[in-house]
Design a protein around this ligand. Structure first.
Ligand SMILES: O=C(O)CCC(=O)C(=O)O
Ligand SMILES: [Fe+2]
Length: 282
């Protein structure tokens, strides 16, 4: 490995390089407990403070390669349904803008990537999430990306369509950007529309707020916990690295979704779509 990941991660606080140690076992137990309790674990200062400037410089170098996409979505990413009253959560639409720097901008020399490629890192995250099937994403545009967000941007309230996300905070805007979430607001059996509506009306006591700092690692189960990133203010861009893990090896995104998020596709996306055209779902 070109980059020394052992020098990047604060191993005194987070001894993931010593998976048989007692300290590792207590870290794992604590992370599992946070994920069980409210679907969110934060490892503060996961990247050492003196290494954050390097990550910011890396993000600065590629930030203008971000692909911007805009849409209006409800919290479920579904189409409007006029069968419901207008104030129903299914009919509440918000502007969402993204700028994702595709993963092929983070090559073997990338510190941001080195954490993701470190086998003991994915082993730790897998155990923390208690997932049986857990693989790094094989998509060369999407496995390690950086979300670049500017003043006015943010992520409106939503439930994720994937089970979990692993993110590393790299730089905050001057103001805003707090992560707000409502642990287990819905379940597989109950959409809890009244609870969701109360949050959208800013009339809920279920909302928790996290102010993540550069270097903090977040593991978040977003399928059942409504969440958002509050709008940003000030000229400084917010950078967050997103590390993707999936339940099947060799998976890549569909050409449609890939083009929407990253502005282009690679031969592998077309080849896989050709082979699996009958089974494509998104
Ligand atoms: O940028 C973040 O901190 C999280 C964004 C988010 O919720 C998402 O990408 O689904
Ligand atoms: Fe999300």
């Amino acid at each position: 490995m070109a980059i020394d990941v052992l020098d990047l991660v604060d191993l005194d606080k987070y001894p993931i390089h010593l998976p048989t140690s007692g300290d590792f076992r207590s870290l794992l137990a604590q992370t599992q407990a946070q994920l069980n309790d409210d679907g969110c674990a934060v490892l503060r200062g996961f990247v050492r403070a003196d290494r954050i400037t390097g990550l910011v410089q890396e993000a600065n170098r590629v930030a203008d390669r971000g692909h911007r996409s805009f849409n209006r979505t409800n919290v479920y990413f579904t189409q409007d349904n006029p069968a419901y009253r207008e104030s129903h959560p299914l009919r509440r639409f918000f502007d969402r803008s993204n700028s994702f720097v595709p993963a092929d901008n983070f090559g073997p020399e990338s510190s941001i990537r080195s954490i993701y490629e470190w086998p003991l890192f994915s082993a730790f995250v897998q155990q923390a999430l208690c997932e049986d099937r857990f693989f790094r994403y094989a998509d060369p545009l999407a496995d390690v990306i950086v979300n670049v967000a500017e003043e006015g941007a943010g992520f409106p309230w939503h439930f994720d369509t994937n089970n979990f996300t692993v993110t590393l905070a790299i730089q905050n805007a001057e103001q805003g950007g707090e992560f707000e979430y409502c642990p287990n607001l819905r379940t597989p059996d109950d959409e809890n529309y009244p609870g969701v509506e109360a949050v959208l009306d800013e009339n809920s006591s279920t909302v928790k707020t996290l102010a993540l700092q550069p270097g903090d690692l977040q593991i978040f189960k977003g399928r059942y916990s409504l969440h958002r990133v509050r709008p940003l203010a000030g000229p400084r861009r917010r950078y967050v690295a997103i590390y993707s893990f999936v339940e099947e090896p060799a998976m890549v995104g569909s050409p449609e979704r890939t083009r929407q998020l990253y502005g282009r596709v690679l031969p592998v996306h077309m080849e896989r779509a050709g082979v699996r055209a009958d089974t494509l779902v998104d």
